[in-house]
Design a protein around this ligand. Structure first.
Ligand code: SF4
Ligand code: SF4
Length: 93
């Protein structure tokens, strides 16, 4: 059984609970094990993936572009894409 971590007060907490510095320094792309790939033939440019991406790492032009430095591979864009234009491939590291 795992031991429960108990914080008795502020002094027990790490100096930064989440991350230090600006979020732009937090390259969440390193969390990814699967990478989204957009099928440009199927994509209608509707922007729904851009709207739902929790990392705000999709840039909208005529077609969306994913910034892989920040895409954490959560799959929300694939789930929400009405055209079924987003698939996932295993990340090569
Ligand atoms: S949600 Fe799908 S169809 Fe819409 S812009 Fe994104 S990839 Fe293209
Ligand atoms: S997988 Fe998640 S983080 Fe990456 S582009 Fe899609 S919604 Fe954004």
């Amino acid at each position: 059984m795992e031991e429960k971590i108990v914080f008795r007060g502020e002094k027990d907490l790490p100096p930064m609970a989440v991350s230090s510095g600006r979020m732009s320094h937090n390259l969440t792309g390193s969390w990814r094990s699967m990478r989204p790939v957009i099928d440009e033939e199927r994509c209608t440019g509707c922007g729904i993936c851009w709207k739902f991406c929790p990392e705000a790492c999709i840039k909208l032009g005529a077609k969306p572009e994913i910034d892989l430095d920040y895409c954490k591979g959560c799959g929300i864009c694939q789930e929400e894409c009405p055209a079924g234009a987003i698939s996932f491939v295993e990340e090569e590291r």
